[in-house]
Design a protein around this ligand. Structure first.
Ligand code: ZN
Ligand code: ZN
Length: 94
């Protein structure tokens, strides 16, 4: 028997949450840990703190799609906004 390939599927956004927040749990010290899903590649991240999230909306467009860094670079390869500049170079100041 071969193990079936794990095919990522779009997860439903939690009720009353911003698009792309697909899970949340309270850690033992009481912090809320969110799981975010990229709308393009369907990968997920669960940052320790919400401020550390890298799966975000593109600030200069309002297409409502939360994306991981790689997918934002792919979707907006020539965008001059600060978020894209930082994604491409790792810094705002290059
Ligand atoms: Zn992605
Ligand atoms: Zn941009």
């Amino acid at each position: 028997m071969s193990v079936p390939a794990l095919i990522p599927a779009p997860l439903p956004t939690l009720p009353n949450r911003v698009s792309g927040i697909v899970a949340e749990e309270r850690s033992v010290d009481g912090r809320l840990r969110l799981t975010l899903q990229c709308a393009d590649c369907l990968s997920t991240e669960t940052p320790d703190m919400a401020v550390l999230m890298t799966y975000v909306f593109h600030p200069a467009t309002s297409d409502g799609r939360r994306r991981c860094k790689a997918c934002r670079i792919a979707a907006f390869p020539d965008c001059p906004c600060g978020r894209c500049t930082e994604d491409r170079t790792g810094s705002l100041y290059r």
